[in-house]
Structures are given as structure tokens and as C-alpha cells.
Design a protein around this ligand. Structure first.
Ligand SMILES: C[S@@+](CC[C@H](N)C(=O)[O-])C[C@H]1O[C@@H](n2cnc3c(N)ncnc32)[C@H](O)[C@@H]1O
Length: 236
């Protein structure tokens, strides 16, 4: 459902957003505090965080990694589908949080990312637990068998709705849909922050959020951490 952009137009409150950096969903002091509080990653995870920062690969933020670990554990997930592998960071975070029999299928269309992720997954010892399917998720999702406990939506930001339409039947009833970057650097909630070249992505993300928050079979909660995370439960 398309919404009029009036809903996101300037208001006294949005003026504040204008003053803030486009990158921030929460106040910097809150973000810094949470980051300081969370135990730092070591070894491969730290190495991958550094690689992502140096090469501008947009992987999940540490507070989102902490959330994923809790969600995956409490959902007792045995089968996870991830859309958007990048270097394999979030897939490995989730695999480590799952029971050792847990499996992840992750979809990635960028060949260089696939190569890098395969290398990381092998070095991390997850090659029997994480399967990368190379190619465009919008094609792969047509032939993928279902039965997933969790779907982590983290692929092309302008295509979440199309991906969800293809993936929703693959999620078990009672399963959890986690969508990342749904506030997209604050642009989704504030017109003031929207960059012209991001207009289509922002409009599509707003439509996606309208859709999942009003879907009768997907009760949804929006959490303003990281770049914004939506949690949706697929009703039985
Ligand atoms: C935000 S990154 C994923 C980050 C990763 N989940 C992490 O946190 O470690 C998004 C990835 O989705 C991939 N992507 C975008 N559109 C896609 C599509 N249609 N099919 C498959 N992969 C896609 C991009 O190449 C990129 O590597």
C-alpha cells in the first residue's frame, strides 16, 4: 500500500532528525553505550568486522548481532534462511548461536562476496552447517524447498516485498521473520533525510513496512536498533 509522503514530512520532531547524522537511528550516546556494554568479538568475527569496515561491506551492527543470537537461541531454530550473505558474517553469527545440528541456507548474487563468504565459512569451520546458494534471490526463491524456522531478510533493500512474497511460504507456521535495515539510515521515518538517489528504496521500504505491520498473519514489532530491525511472527 503506497502512503502519501506527507506522513513523513517535516515536523518539529523531524527537524531534530535533520540536525542528526543520517546514519543514526538512536542518539549517538545510546549507541556508544550499548556498543561499550556488549562483549567485544574476538578472532574471526573481529577480523570480519574489520574487513567489512575497511571494504565498506554493510554487515549487521554488533547490537543487531547480539539480538540475532538471542532470537535464534530462544526460537530453538534448526533451519534458517538468510537472504543476503555478503561476507558470511551474520550467517556465522547465527550458526554459532544455533545448536550444532542447525543449518543455514544463505542466498547471495555477488560472485566476489560468495567467494569471500565461502572462504570465511570454511575457515570458521561452518562448511557443513552453512550452504551458500549463489545467484539472484528473486530467482533462487522460486525453487527453494521450505520448512524454515527463521528467515533473515537482508538482501537488496528495494526488493524486500518481492522477496517476502516468494519466501513467506518457506517459513514454518510459528516461524520468525527478521528484516534488517528497515529504517534505512533514518530516511524511512524522515523526509528530511531522504537522499534523492535513495528515493525508490525508501518508498519501497515504507511500503514493505506498511505491508508487514498490517498483515493479519504477521504480527510485527519494529525495533530501532542498528539500522532498524522488524520482527514478525508467522501465525499458525
Ligand atoms: C547488507 S548485505 C548482507 C550482510 C550480511 N547479511 C551480514 O550482515 O553479514 C546485502 C547483501 O545482499 C546481496 N543482495 C542484494 N540483492 C540480492 C539479490 N537479489 N539476491 C541475492 N543477493 C542479493 C548483496 O550483494 C549484499 O552482499
Amino acid at each position: 500500500m503506497a502512503e502519501s509522503s506527507e506522513k513523513y514530512n517535516k515536523s518539529p520532531q523531524n527537524k531534530k532528525a535533520e540536525e542528526a547524522s543520517e546514519e543514526q537511528i538512536v542518539h549517538q550516546h545510546v549507541k556508544d553505550y550499548i556498543e561499550d556494554l556488549l562483549p567485544k568479538h574476538q578472532g574471526m568475527f573481529k577480523e570480519m568486522e574489520n574487513y567489512a569496515a575497511c571494504h565498506n561491506v554493510p554487515v549487521i551492527q554488533r547490537e543487531v548481532a547480539a539480538l540475532l543470537k538471542v532470537l535464534v537461541k530462544t526460537a530453538k531454530a534448526e533451519k534458517i534462511l538468510e537472504i543476503g550473505t555478503a561476507i558470511g558474517y551474520s550467517a556465522m553469527i547465527m550458526a554459532e548461536a544455533m545448536e550444532t545440528r542447525g543449518k543455514i541456507v544463505t542466498l547471495e548474487r555477488n560472485e566476489k562476496m560468495v567467494e569471500k563468504a565461502m572462504d570465511n565459512i570454511r575457515r570458521g569451520g561452518f562448511e557443513n552447517r552453512i550452504q551458500i546458494i549463489p545467484g539472484d534471490a528473486l530467482k533462487t526463491l522460486h525453487f527453494l524447498p521450505g520448512g524454515y524456522d527463521v528467515i533473515f531478510m537482508d538482501g537488496g533493500k528495494g526488493h524486500y516485498q518481492e522477496m517476502l512474497d516468494l519466501a513467506i511460504s518457506l517459513l514454518k507456521p510459528g516461524g520468525l521473520l527478521i528484516s534488517d535495515n528497515i529504517l534505512y539510515k533514518g530516511m524511512v521515518s524522515s523526509e528530511d533525510l531522504v537522499k534523492r538517489r535513495k528515493r525508490t528504496i525508501v518508498n519501497r521500504m515504507r511500503e514493505y513496512l506498511e505491508y508487514i505491520t498490517h498483515h493479519q498473519d504477521l504480527p510485527t514489532s519494529i525495533i530501532p536498533i542498528g539500522d532498524g530491525v522488524a520482527l514478525s511472527y508467522k501465525k499458525n
